[in-house]
Design a protein around this ligand. Sequence first.
Ligand code: NDP
Length: 447
Amino acid sequence: MNAYIEAVLEKVKKRDAHEPEFLQTVEEVLRSLETVVSQHPEYEKAGLLERLTEPERTIEFRVSWVDDAGKVRVNRGFRVQFNSAIGPYKGGLRLHPTVNASVIKFLGFEQTFKNSLTGLPMGGAKGGSDFDPKGKSDMEVMRFCQSFMFELARHIGPDTDVPAGDIGVGAREIGYMFGTYKKIVNRFDGGVLTGKSLAFGGSLARAQATGYGLCYFAKESLMLQRNESFDGKTVVISGSGNVAQYAAEKCALLGGKVVAMSDSAGFIYDPNGINLEVLMDIKQVRRERIKVYADEVPGSVYSEGCRNIWRVKCDIAMPCASQNEMDEADAGELIKNGCMAVFEGANMPLTPEAIDTVVGSGLLYSPGKASNAGGVATSGLEMTQNSMRLSWTFQEVDDKLHGIMQNIFRACYEASDACGKPGNLMVGANVAGFLKVADAMLAQGIV
Ligand code: NDP
């Protein structure tokens, strides 16, 4: 291993020892960069890896709000502005009880490379809070979002930092945050948030973009690396949120059959293929648990324990829920049952051991930072439409998304080849994402 990489890793591990998710992603990325770092001694002279692994700015703040019973509640808010070398900070906001500094730093670090891969001028950031939207009333969610934005507003702007949705943040939450931001700055800065509703500057196909983009990427991988397609394949998708729902929809459109989906409590199995009309009504309209599906769709069953979803026999697995949701044993189950590909829709859903097992067994594997980049790419297209003060049709946005995902696949594949690891898309994604950011950082001096 390259001595410079080892030294930086050592330093990060010592300084951020209490941040396991962040260390996990830094280790994965830096270890992939061995070939390019060895070829470029100027990186070490410029302290490039030390700067790359330290966020440009970390903001942590109190979010106080009042619940429906009149009780004062206090949550912790975060925004990590990781890297602005190639454009304004850009990345989602996550509302989930597991959110902490380590989780937000890992997501912000990943976002830097993902945004670079899209080919659009966007830096990396991430934010959120340990607020749990589950079980909260609409008014409670609104009061939380308003309080969150009272602080966040001073740190963001259309040319500074542009947040979007992530786990627990959809069009409803973005709407409440946008309304508050507008009131504070007294300006209609449409481009300050993406994932907006269509009524005030949102983009058609943004809701679908991450899931659809994942399938476009998977389609390229299946075709170019295996001469295969989705047609007739059995697919298992974890999660049942934004990414999972639209990944399932596009899989079905491409000829695949999605037989299982999950939430954090358990999973449903439907041998006839998940009925997405029912599922989307349960999740988007009624905001209920996935369990309800089995009560309503004959022939389907619900089982407790979300991890057991990986025991369902399938050709293609798409983890679309959360980080480290598939470990080595889960990957082993998939392989035992004849699975041929694992395409990541979530951020870092596989543990490092699971990745080794999947790649070592010769399955196709795509890292989330490449295959889920369609969401942020379409957020970039939303920003473009806001600046131009016009809206593209669904087809126009979807065509652009398709082209971007094909380009990302090609960039990852070519970079993997150039590093002597043809087809290793994890190495390819990290290298291709890194090189552009590194060039920009070198050109801008020590800042
Ligand atoms: P949503 O909030 O819409 O859905 C999240 C889904 O994952 C829910 O079904 C949720 O179940 C489940 N889930 C969450 N945490 C866990 C957990 N610890 N274990 C098991 N299941 C869990 O989020 P998204 O669909 O937007 O995001 C899913 C993943 O995709 C995340 O990793 C996110 O960072 C990533 N991503 C999202 C993008 C986007 O555009 N939205 C873009 C790129 C990446 P429950 O309801 O029980 O909590």
